[in-house]
Design a protein around this ligand. Structure first.
Ligand SMILES: Nc1nc2c(ncn2[C@@H]2O[C@H](COP(=O)(O)OP(=O)(O)O)[C@@H](O)[C@H]2O)c(=O)[nH]1
Ligand SMILES: [Mg+2]
Length: 204
């Protein structure tokens, strides 16, 4: 099976839920690397996506939000980026474009997904879904809303960004719609097959 290692960076204002998102997704693996006096947290998770074994190395800030000069090393080597804002914080939404531009001082064009997090806070919503979608379209990014609290769409964030990177690496053909469907089927087949085996074993 084809294997790939992809570094994916998480950026966005402080308190929007970056750490909550990545720990929800990858809590099975956690590693800290000390960089000067600040810490970059690396989370590693491997998943089979579209028939490729993808090892995601996801970096989460630890205070770099406040230290611009430390951020270029944080971005280096990234193949994809997740820019997070919080749907109850208009300021964090307004900063999304800033984060994208800053990252592009270090990196060339790369797949980006914009994530509106904290959708469980229905009553406190200040940024509508269509506003989020419109901004993503304007910036040429993917878009999704999530809740790290309930887990809603958390896996989906990583699946979408990895698929976009795979597409860029020609590991998903451009008429990928068809292939996506095939792969989704394969993913579903595995547990079904295991169930079938179990059923067969019970029958015997
Ligand atoms: N209600 C709600 N709270 C969240 C969600 N994600 C994060 N939080 C909370 O928001 C605060 C900041 O989260 P954190 O992950 O540390 O943000 P970071 O600074 O971007 O890493 C914490 O109190 C979290 O518990 C979410 O989806 N829903
Ligand atoms: Mg954090």
């Amino acid at each position: 099976m084809t294997q790939r290692n992809y570094k994916i960076v998480l950026i966005g204002n402080a308190l929007v839920g970056k750490t909550a998102i990545v720990t929800r997704f990858a809590k099975d693996y956690f590693e800290q690397n000390y960089l000067r006096t600040l810490v970059i947290n690396y989370y590693i998770k491997t998943q089979i996506i579209n028939n490729v074994e993808v090892k995601m190395i996801i970096t989460d800030t630890a205070g770099q939000e406040a230290f611009q000069r430390l951020r270029s090393s944080y971005y280096k080597g990234a193949r994809g980026a997740i820019i997070v804002y919080s749907i109850n914080d208009r300021h964090s939404f307004g900063q999304v474009e800033y984060w994208k531009n800053e990252m592009f001082k270090t990196l060339n064009e790369l797949p980006i997904i914009i994530v509106g997090n904290k959708i469980d806070l229905l009553e406190q919503r200040k940024v509508s879904t269509s506003e989020g979608r419109l901004l993503a379209k304007k910036l040429g990014c993917l878009f999704i809303e999530s809740s790290a609290k309930t887990g809603e769409n958390i896996n989906e964030i990583f699946k979408m960004i990895v698929k976009d990177i795979l597409r860029k690496d020609d590991l998903i053909s451009t008429n990928g719609e068809k292939e996506d469907i095939q792969v989704d089927k394969e993913e579903e087949q595995k547990p079904v097959n295991e169930e079938e085996i179990e059923n067969k074993q019970q029958e015997q």
